[in-house]
Design a protein around this ligand. Sequence first.
Ligand code: FAD
Length: 351
Amino acid sequence: MACVLKRLKLLQTDVVIIGAGPVGLFTAFQAGMLGFSSAVTDVLGFIGGQCSALYPQKPIYDIPGFPKINGLELIDNLAAQASPFKPEYILGHQVQKIERQDDFWLVQTAEPRTIKAKAVVIAAGVGAFVHNTPPLEGIKAFEETSVLYSITDIEKFRNKRVLIAGGGDSALDWAVALADVASMIYVVHRRDKFRAAPETTRQMEDLVQRGKIKLLVPYQLYGLQGKGAHLSKVQVQHMDGNIEDVAVDFMLPFFGMAMKLGPIAEWGLQLDRDRIVVDPATMQTNLPGVFAIGDIATYPGKLKLILTGFAEAALACHSAYDVINPGKPLHFEYSTTKGISASENDAGKNN
Ligand code: FAD
C-alpha cells in the first residue's frame, strides 16, 4: 500500500527532463549548477538513451576532452557529473501528456504518475524506445507477467523455465546470465548463426554442452498458451514447418528496439518532420516554459551530435532561469568560479 501511495504521489520539481539520454543527463547537471531541482524521466528502465541501448561498447571519438570513450563510459560519467545535484530518476515510464495548469506544467507518465514543474526540457532523441514485439496472437495478456522485454530482477527466474527468443547480444547475454539461476533456458533463433559478441557466443555454447541451455535452431515463435497472464507453453516452429510445444514459465523476446515519437506529437508543439522546432537562441519551443534539445530539436543549421546537445542543454537551462525564478536576475558564473559545494560533492560521492 505504501508503495502504491508513493507511486501516486505528486512530485514537484523545478524542471522535468523528458529523456535520460546523454543530453538529458547533462541537462540535470546544468540545472543543478543553476540551483534547480530536477526529475529525469525515460520510458527505458535504464539511463543513456541511444548510447546505452544501441552502442554501449562502441568507441565515440568526438566528445571534447575524451580522445576515445565508449557509450556506457560516457553515460556513467554524465550520471556521476549530475549526481551531486540528486536528480530524481523516474525510469521505465513513458511521458504521455504535458498540460499547463496556472504557472506550472503537469507532466504525466503512463503509470500514471504526475510531476509538477515550472519548466519542461524535452530531450527525447528520436522518440521513445519501444521493444519490437513478436506478432503472436494473445501476447498482450502475458506481457509484464510472463512475457518480458527487459529484466530488472534476476531472482524472478530462479528455478524457472525460461525461453529466450533472438540471436543478438541481448538474447545471448541474458541466456548466459540466467543459466545459473533458471532451471532451464531455451534459446530460439531462426538461424544457427548468432549476431552476438564472439565471447558471449562461446560462453553460450559451453553452457549448451553442460546441458544448462537448450538451443532450438532453426526455429521461430509460433504461438502461446497459458491461463490468465501466466504462460505455460510456447509453440515453436521448425523451419521445415514442424510445430513443437515447449513448457515454460517465462518468455523473453529480444528482437531489438525501435524509436517512435509517440505521444509527443500530441502536445501542441510545432513540429517539422518529427522534430520539435525551437528558437536556437533559447531552445524554447512554441509552448512557454517548454524547451527541446538534443536530437529531437531542430532549427536552421542543426548538427545532430552529442556535443551540440550538451551546448543546447546549457542554453535551455539558462533560458529557463527566468521561468523558474521570475524577476530574479541571473548572474552568469563559470563552473570554476561557482564550484560545487562540499555538501553537493558529498552527495555525489554517495550516489
Ligand atoms: P537519445 O540518446 O535518443 O535519448 C532520448 C531518450 O528519450 C531515450 O532514452 C528515449 O527512450 C527517451 N524518450 C523519448 N520519448 C520519451 C517519452 N515520451 N517519455 C519518456 N522517455 C522518452 N553522436 C555523436 O556525437 N558521436 C558519435 O560518434 C555517435 N555515434 C553514434 C553511433 C550510433 C550507432 C548511433 C545510433 C548514434 C550515434 N550518435 C553519435 C548519435 C548520438 O547517439 C545521438 O545524437 C544522441 O544519443 C542524442 O542524445 P539525446 O539525449 O538527444 O537522445
